[in-house]
Design a protein around this ligand. Structure first.
Ligand SMILES: *Cc1c(COP(=O)(O)O)cnc(C)c1O
Length: 423
């Protein structure tokens, strides 16, 4: 039996319709921006292996640092105990995070980083003896697949079977160009009428919602309004963090900083699962008490896993080298140049770019969403060209590891043009 047949017998894949999906491609090796299959065919990883990879696959420096850690201390309980990798990572992340951030809480992935943020916000108000239980989130948002994450996410095909089980959230319009006032009005109305605990958002780019982009100006105004009205702000930087938008964090574009920040994906360089929720001092202080009921009772078996923390530290070492951001800016410039060339293509509804992300909304007869049938057509076309791009419905995007070579970007751009010309 080959690997695909063995896989089909025993494995259930994420976000995959079992009946219609083509068999998964067996990947045996990675190097830089490339993945290689069993037959030795090379693919350019145009989507950074689900937005996690930043420095390239099987990076020797990351492999070395992680393996050294494995021979020293692979994991230890984090309640009542601590270790160098977790403390050092917190110190180094806080140097990079907005100045108002003061504590780091560890968990396992992006969804748990969001759960922790929501629970911190709800319990903050509970510890203050205040009844604030409503959350404001954007329509079209994605914050993960756990129940809290789904609740604050858009109500769509992803979570329809669970819709009755999700907690109530006030969804307001995304402030895309031209809708800024509508969004501000909706935010102000919600805050004026209800007891709002927190406002959660993906700063500047909504990832899974289709790489929808909006300006830092309106987000700044929203955060300012929240702060003036005692609403906690939560920036879900799970996708936007670690250079993705052209700055280290998308929050670096803002004047008004969020109270809580969620990180994962690029945090470990895309090597190990790890989640981080950072918070401002006033939040942490609300949990310091003689009353044990004010404790934050949350934790995971693998909280602050030593090996994952060492991967994140090694990734930060690489970010300290000048070429990490030279690469980010190189990709940014090349994306922008291609955007200018392609944006008025007749097969496109819209094209947009921020930092290392470029997205193309392809014209379609169908209602545009994630289930759009163009999706499979697009994936198959690029796979045949040796490029891994999995569109979000009719929205295709390139979000590469930063080490991707210019000629590989050009090869992807060229394939995109060929695809659009043939539509
Ligand atoms: C991917 C993502 C998540 C969920 O992260 P997982 O590690 O997949 O659980 C949450 N928020 C945003 C913005 C994401 O892009």
């Amino acid at each position: 039996m080959n690997l695909q047949e063995r896989d089909k017998k025993v494995v259930w894949h994420p976000f995959t319709q079992i009946k219609t999906a083509p068999l998964p491609i067996p990947i045996v090796r990675g190097e830089g921006a490339y993945l290689f299959d069993e037959k030795g065919k090379r693919y350019i990883d145009g989507m950074a292996s689900w937005w996690v990879n930043v420095h390239g696959h099987a990076h020797p420096y990351l492999a070395k640092k992680i393996s050294e850690q494995l021979f020293t201390l692979e994991h230890a309980i984090f309640s009542g105990f601590t270790h160098e990798p977790a403390v050092q990572l917190a110190e180094r992340l806080l140097k990079r995070l907005p100045d108002n951030q003061s504590k780091i809480f560890y968990s396992d992935n992006g969804s748990t980083a969001v759960e922790v943020a929501l629970k911190m916000a709800f319990q903050y108000w509970s510890n203050k003896n205040s009844v604030k239980t409503k959350i404001i989130a954007f329509e079209n948002a994605y914050h993960g697949d756990t129940f809290g994450g789904m609740s604050v996410g858009a109500r769509n095909a992803f979570n329809l079977p669970f819709s009755k089980l999700l907690f109530d959230v006030i969804h307001i319009p995304v402030p895309v160009k031209g809708s800024e006032k509508e969004t501000m009005d909706a935010l102000k109305k919600a805050i004026a009428e209800q007891e709002i605990a927190a406002f959660i958002f993906e700063p500047l780019v909504q990832g899974a919602g289709g790489m929808v982009m909006y300006s830092e100006k309106v987000l700044d105004e929203m955060i300012k309004h929240c702060r003036e009205n005692n609403v906690i702000t939560i920036a879900d930087e799970v996708m936007t963090g670690f250079g993705r938008t052209g700055k280290f964090f998308a929050s670096d574009y803002l004047m008004h900083k969020p109270d809580i920040v969620c990180l994962s994906k690029g945090l470990t360089g895309g090597v190990m699962p790890l989640g981080v929720t950072s918070c401002a001092d006033f939040i942490y202080e609300a949990f310091i008490s003689d009353d044990k009921m004010k404790t934050f009772f949350h934790g995971h078996s693998y909280t602050a896993n030593t090996t994952a923390c060492s991967a994140a530290l090694a990734s930060l070492d690489l970010f300290d080298l000048p070429d990490a951001f030279e690469n980010v800016h190189r990709i940014e410039k090349k994306h922008d140049k291609f955007l200018q060339k392609i944006k008025s293509h007749k097969a496109l509804i819209d094209a947009r770019q921020l930092g290392t992300i470029i997205a193309f909304e392809v014209k379609t007869e169908e209602h545009t969403n994630y289930l759009n049938s163009l999706s499979e057509q697009i994936s198959a076309f690029f796979i045949s060209k040796g490029i891994i791009l999995r569109p979000l419905g009719n929205i295709d995007y390139v979000l590469p590891p930063y080490c991707i070579k210019d000629e590989d970007l050009d090869y992807i751009y060229n394939a995109i043009e060929v695809f659009l010309d043939e539509l």
